[in-house]
Every structure is written in C-alpha cells, then in structure tokens.
Design a protein around this ligand. Structure first.
Ligand code: COA
Ligand code: AMP
Length: 631
C-alpha cells in the first residue's frame, strides 16, 4: 500500500476508510453508523457501536491466547524497581480495582480524577475506570494543588485516586498534602479518595475521606466490563489554552480505539508482541495514547518508566532501557534528546548498549530543531521521525508512516499529513493558501476518529475556540506551511500557548498569576527560546505608580507565586521590571514583537504601535539583564 493511496482514500471516502479500520477491533456490536451528527451538529464516529475500551485492551488479548505475554514493564531507576505484568495479571488487577471503584458507587458516565506518578497502578486505575464505562481525568503529578483543584471542580469526580508520593531525581514529592490542599480549594468534593501508599513516603490517611488502595484491593470483588457506545466519553484531559481556565478535551471511546489501533501499525510499524516505549508521563496526552491505550489495543508490550533521560543515573538511561527490554520504537520529546546531547555530546553511552532491536526514534510535543534531529540521526544511526500532534487530536496529525511507506524526511518538517487529516493552510480570512505560503494550519472537517468531541461541559467553548475562525475547519492554533511536495512545516503557535520541555503551558495563565501581585500594575509573560527546554517563560512587569520594591525580591516572589499556583514544571524563573510595555493604540500588548526582540530576531515595527520608543527601551533592559538570545 502506498502513502498516496492510503491518504487519498482517507480524505475522499472517510466513512469507507474508517469502517474498514473499525472492523479490526473486537466490538460487542460493530458500528453501522460510521459518521453521524450529534445534538450540537458535530460529526461523530461510530455512534451506534457497542464496546468497552478496557476489554479491547486487555480481556480480548487474554481470550486470544496472549495472556502470558508481558503487557506492562515497570522500570523505575529512582526507586530501583523493575517489574513485569502479563496481560492476564493486568486484566485481573484492573477488574479488581474496577470492583473497588464500583463499591464506591462509580458507574457508567461518572468521573474519576487520577493524580498519580509514573507507576503501573496509574494504568490500572485508568483502565479500571474505562472498564466501568466511567470517565477518567488524569492530572499530571507536577501540577500544584491549585491546578488540581481547578480540574476537580470542572470534572466533578465521584472519586479521586492518588498515591502517597512520586519520586523525582533524588527527591520525594509528597502527593497527599497537595491532594488535601486541592480538595480544600475545590468547591466540588468527591465522595472519597483512594490512596496508594508507596514506601518512599507514607501518607496520613483521613478516616472520613481516604481509602487505602491495598486494603480495598484485598477486599474487592472483580467487576465486569460495562458496554458503552462508540460516542460515550472515555476520558477528559485538561490542556492549556489562552486563559487561566484549562480546557477539558473530551475523547470518545470508539474513535479513540480505532485511530490508536490503526496508528500502531501505520505510524509506528508495531506488531503484536513487540515492545513500545513512550518516555512521557500518563498525565500528558502522549502518555494516555502511547503508554496506556495504543500499545495495549495493539497487543504490544508497553513500558512505564519512572525516571529521566539524564541523571537517573546518567545520559545512557534511554539506551539502557531500550537495550534491556528490546524496545522496537522509542517515542520522546526533543527536550529529552537535547538533555542527553548536553551531557553526552559524543553519545559514548549509546555505544555501550546493544540497541539493535530499536528500529525508529519518534519525537513530538514541541518543535524538533534541526540540530537535535541531526545529532540523534548521526549518533544513533536510527531513523528519526518527527510527528506533530496535540492533546486535542490524541494522535499524530502529520508524520511519516513507518508501517505503510516511509518517505524521505526533511529537517524542520514533520513530513506529510496522516491519513484522515485533510490539512489546509488558511489566511486570516479563512481562505486556503497555495503551497509554500505561511498561514494558520487547519484541518478540514470532518476531523478523523479520536479527535476531541467537545470541551467537557462547554460546547460553546469548543465552537468558539476551534471552529469559529474558519467555518468548515478546525483551527489547530499552530502556524506553518506546506511545501510543493505537501511536506508540512510547523512554525509555532499563533496564540499564547508555549511548550516548555514538551509541556504545554499558557502564558495567559501565568500573566493572571503575576498580575495578582500587589506591586504589579500590568505584565506580559512571553515564551523565549531556551537551548534545553525549547521555550522558557519570562515575565515583564510594570509596577503600580508610587510603589517601590527591591526588584530581586519581587522576582523571587513572582517565581514563588507561579510555582505555587501552577507548579515547578512551569519553569517560570525570570521576571524583569520594565517602565512600559509596547502596545497598539487600542491597548493590546505586542507579545509577538517582545518575543522577537528577546530572541534577537529581526522585527518590523507595526504601524499600529502606540509608542515605538518603548521597543528600544525594553531591548535595553533585556540586554542589561542578559536576557537577549542571539538569533
Ligand atoms: N512531579 C513533580 N514534580 C515534577 C514532575 C512530576 N512528575 N516533573 C517535573 N517536576 C518538577 C521537577 O522536579 C523540577 O522541579 P524543581 O524546579 O524544583 O527542580 C521542575 O518540575 C522542572 O522539571 P523538568 O522540566 O523535568 O526539568 P529538569 O531540569 O528536572 O529536567 C529534563 C530536564 C530535560 C531532563 C526534563 O525536562 C525531561 O525529561 N524532559 C522531557 C519531558 C517530556 O518527556 N515531555 C514530553 C511530554 S510528551
Ligand atoms: P500538546 O497538546 O501538549 O501535545 O501540545 C501540542 C502543541 O505542541 C502543538 O499545538 C504544537 O504547538 C506543539 N507540537 C507538538 N508536536 C510538535 C512537533 N512535532 N513539531 C512542532 N510543534 C509540535
């Protein structure tokens, strides 16, 4: 099968194309309605199909004789632990934990928030929720209580599942105090919290609120899979938008399973029984799709890694894991490879492991800069595939189909549109632009299976945020162009979203926090280029009239505020006091211009600017504080 034939069929006959892919999965009742409209007028996939995602991911494989195969490998250099779980063991653990949840009243459609580190129990919890036909919402462990509280309030879970702690490099992060604080902040209170005690830190359980995971499992009855419709939600995953309120991306069961199963062969060239490793975290979409669901739907072995690319214990960590478990495909963020390159520039540690089983390295989550691409190709000798996607889609929008027809790559490009995605570059009026011209990257409707159905509880936010800019298209929030051969080049976000170490964050949210400081009148937070983490946020603040502060103390206070509200992963480590912020005459801060100045890029002064002298003034302050990047 050629890429061209596959792609053309997917956009010209989407229903036939996806009906064939759906037939590859064990539905309780195969869907007959392939594409139909929902109550909001949105096109949805497989509305009348009946299924259960956890059944497809676990029970089905056991029934097919795969029960003794390893489903999950847990490798935790930070706790010195290695464990393997077969498909039968995972199914049994999941059925038992589903029984625990059921005993707490969780049933179809109820939400369960999961706030856990990278341990196998996080997968057990997610799959157990899916088994009951309930809806999980996993919150990344690096988020502070405030962020967790916002998500609990929005998802209104019946139960929260957590652990006593996570383990970072040489430090134990206690989760329970953060969970307790989040519950104090949240107006919504769950019926109970189920807490897994880890030996690195035992949590104080509150008798009226908390249930001990192990005790509950010891007394539980396994629960059966509950059938759901293809369009019933599997999960809600919150992601950063342009405001302080994160968006709950709602994912259907049916389309999700179909697209992910298809992607395992088409995109990643994975076959049942092979080992797939997404070095991400279950708190992010990459973790949802490629640590948990896709490898299991495809009958592969997945890896849960509690560690870093460096310092656990060294820059050979990735290669050690690949060699030890015969990983066939490794998927990680470019930041991870920049970190490895920094500590082991000649890749000497790579050479000390037998990575012959590793066929391809996939990267996503942020722009793959050509020097990192070149280094990884040169030092490992493996094909490196950049693929572009987002929380909203749940799988790649552009990439190189390693299981269908690998195409030559072009540094800086995430190759070609993935089947199902009719990508168009639009101008500001919503007109399709010719090849070579840069604009807003949009997907012509219908979106393929797995893409978000709505924003949880707020279809209007979905409509205005993604569909209103250009009728008939979904706007991705990324800008870029397609070359003559159809290769897609992603040039960056067109909104206030930034990517720090592959973590998606909102500068708008950081601005709201910084602006709450009593000394601050106004501020702009912008993402500037960072050699390790891709982007890093910096704050530019204007003081209230008549207020005198020590600037170093103010900077420390602002850093502490962002850490407290969002968490350390925001990496907000610099704030500068400025006299003026460049604005348009209508009062809009010119953030893009500020970014260009900070990154030492050429910029033209817009005619709408209120006072052009504010630009040289800011440039001077940034230079004085060593904040100007060289282009
Ligand atoms: N729980 C709690 N805290 C966490 C956390 C988690 N799961 N993950 C990160 N943090 C904390 C870190 O401890 C650190 O805190 P500190 O400021 O108190 O030291 C802070 O958040 C920043 O962490 P991080 O961005 O991971 O920086 P680092 O310097 O510790 O590590 C890298 C640098 C490059 C090794 C690391 O960023 C990395 O592995 N990046 C790849 C991430 C990735 O896979 N992203 C893709 C998601 S698809
Ligand atoms: P997230 O929702 O966290 O996956 O972040 C999605 C955003 O990350 C996208 O909208 C892009 O801005 C960026 N991104 C993800 N993958 C890539 C890539 N391969 N190249 C460039 N940007 C990427």
């Amino acid at each position: 099968m050629s890429y061209h034939a596959e792609y053309t069929k997917s956009v010209e006959q989407p229903e036939t194309f996806w009906a064939e892919k759906a037939a590859d999965l064990p539905w309780y009742k195969q869907p007959e309605q392939i594409l139909s409209k929902d109550e909001n007028g949105m096109l949805r996939w497989f509305a009348d199909g009946e299924m259960n995602t956890a059944y497809m991911a676990l029970d089905y494989h056991v029934e097919q004789g795969r029960g003794d195969q390893t489903a999950v490998i847990f490798d935790s250099p930070v706790t010195d632990t290695k464990q393997m779980f077969t498909y039968t063991q995972m199914r049994d653990q999941v059925a038992l934990f589903a029984g625990v949840l059921k005993a707490q009243g969780v049933s179809k459609g109820d939400r369960v928030v999961i706030y856990m580190p990278m341990i196998p129990e996080a997968l057990v919890a997610m799959l157990a929720v899916a088994r009951l036909g309930a809806v999980h919402s996993v919150v990344f462990g690096g988020f502070a209580p405030h962020e967790l509280a916002v998500r609990i309030e929005d998802a209104e879970p019946k139960v929260v599942v957590s652990a006593s702690c996570g383990v970072e490099v040489k430090k134990v992060i206690e989760y329970k105090p953060m969970l307790d604080e989040a519950l104090r902040l949240s107006a919504h209170k769950p019926a109970c919290c189920i807490v897994l005690q880890r030996p690195q830190a035992l949590a104080a359980l509150l008798p009226e609120q908390d249930i001990d995971w192990q005790e509950a499992m010891a007394n539980a009855e396994p629960a059966d899979c509950v059938p759901v419709k293809g369009t019933d939600p599997l999960y809600v995953l919150y992601t950063s938008g342009t405001t302080g309120k994160p968006k709950g991306v709602q994912r259907d069961n049916g389309g999700h399973a179909v697209a992910l199963k298809y992607s395992m062969k088409a995109v990643y060239d994975m076959n049942p029984g092979e080992v797939f490793w997404a070095a991400s975290d279950v708190g992010w979409v990459v973790g949802h799709s490629y640590i948990v669901y896709a490898p299991l739907l495809a009958g592969c072995t997945t890896l849960v890694y509690e560690g870093k690319p460096v310092r656990t214990p060294d820059a050979g960590a990735f290669w050690r894991v690949c060699a030890e478990y015969k990983v066939k495909a490794l998927f990680a963020a470019p930041t991870a490879f920049r970190a490895i390159k920094k500590e082991d520039p000649e890749a000497l540690l790579f050479k000390s492991y037998d990575t012959s089983a590793l066929k391809t390295i996939f990267m996503a989550g942020e722009r793959l800069d050509p020097p990192t691409y070149d280094w990884t190709v040169e030092k490992t000798g493996k094909p490196v595939v950049d693929h572009w996607w987002q929380t909203e889609t749940g799988w790649a929008i552009c990439g190189n189909l390693m299981g269908i027809e690998p195409k030559p790559t072009k540094p800086g490009s995430s190759t070609l549109p993935i089947p199902g995605y009719n990508i168009q570059i639009l101008d500001t009026e919503g007109n399709e632009l010719p090849r070579g011209q840069q604009g807003s990257i949009a997907i012509k409707l219908p979106l393929p299976p797995s893409c978000l159905a709505t924003v949880w509880g707020d279809f209007e936010r979905f409509r205005t945020g993604y569909l209103a800019e250009a009728p008939g298209y979904y706007t991705t929030g990324d800008g870029g162009y397609m070359d003559e051969e159809g290769y897609v080049f992603i040039m960056g976000r067109t909104d206030d979203v930034i990517n720090v170490a592959g973590h998606r964050l909102s500068t708008g949210e950081m601005e709201e926090i910084v602006a709450a400081h009593p000394a601050v009148a106004e501020c702009a937070v912008i993402g500037i280029n960072d050699p390790l983490k891709g982007q890093a946020p910096i704050g530019l603040v204007l003081l209230k009239d008549g207020i005198e502060v020590d600037e170093a103390t103010l900077e420390k206070e602002l850093i502490a505020m962002v850490r407290k509200e969002i968490g350390p992963i925001a990496c907000f480590n610099r704030a500068l006091v400025v006299q003026r912020l460049p604005k348009t005459r209508s009062g809009k801060i010119l953030r893009k211009l500020l970014r260009n100045i900070a990154d030492g890029k050429e910029y033209s002064i817009p005619s709408t600017i209120d006072d052009p002298t504010s630009l040289s003034e800011i440039e001077g302050i940034m230079m004085e504080h060593g904040m100007l990047n060289k282009a």
